[in-house]
Design a protein around this ligand. Structure first.
Ligand SMILES: CC(C)(COP(=O)(O)OP(=O)(O)OC[C@H]1O[C@@H](n2cnc3c(N)ncnc32)[C@H](O)[C@@H]1OP(=O)(O)O)[C@@H](O)C(=O)NCCC(=O)NCCS
Length: 179
């Protein structure tokens, strides 16, 4: 990695353990948001947002989120807030040189305003800081709008995971971006 680029990224991420993401104000499509790491106190908001997005289905329990947020290393859970209200978040975990996006969701009323794209870009910076070779995620085969966003971000299809989702046995598309 170019030294200057690495220095630039270190403005965003501190490499002390546990890795911290400094709280910052960010402008996305002309609107100012607060971006910060999610904490256990945010779990109710995360859960509510997930309910909005998935029609009251919850892929993860509150306990799963709390467990994830308490893991100190190799993960980033990042939220975008306006007036203390969580409007979007992304989660990722690093393992074996891959940064896996575990969740990404934006409040329905705020979708198509660039929040999802911004959150994925932040994960990419995080993945580069961890010297990952790739980023990956799974997405429902029916979720064409999310797939469009991921392809625009440089993800490509790797394989289909059959009967991947417990609720509907829907297949997942396994997508990867090589860094
Ligand atoms: C997938 C998801 C996270 C994307 O977040 P988002 O904030 O809507 O994403 P963005 O706004 O960055 O981009 C999405 C779309 O908005 C469009 N868009 C973004 N900014 C725009 C603008 N200023 N003007 C017009 N269109 C714009 C993008 O072109 C894209 O359009 P397309 O899907 O029709 O191609 C969000 O839609 C979501 O929460 N979906 C439900 C949960 C989900 O499916 N999660 C993913 C599971 S793998």
């Amino acid at each position: 990695m170019l030294k200057k680029f690495k220095e630039f990224l270190q403005l965003f991420f501190s490499t002390r353990e546990p890795l911290t993401y400094p709280e910052q104000q960010v402008t996305i499509h002309g609107q100012l948001y607060l971006a910060r790491q999610l904490e256990v106190v945010d779990v109710d908001q995360v859960f509510a947002l997930e309910g909005d997005v998935y029609f009251n289905e919850h892929p993860w329990t509150r306990g799963t989120y709390i467990h994830e947020l308490r893991q100190s290393k190799s993960k980033l859970y990042l939220g975008l807030f306006l007036d203390s209200q969580l409007l979007g978040f992304v989660g990722c975990r690093v393992a074996s040189g891959d940064c896996h996006i575990t969740n990404v969701a934006v409040k329905p009323a705020l979708q198509s305003n660039g929040l999802g794209s911004w959150l994925i870009d932040e994960v990419e910076k995080f993945a580069i800081m961890w010297q990952c070779e790739s980023m990956s995620l799974e997405v429902r085969v029916s979720n064409l709008s999310a797939q469009r966003l991921y392809r625009r971000k440089g993800f490509v299809s790797r394989k289909v995971k059959y009967n991947y989702y417990d609720d509907s046995a829907e297949d997942a598309l396994d997508m990867v971006k090589y860094l």
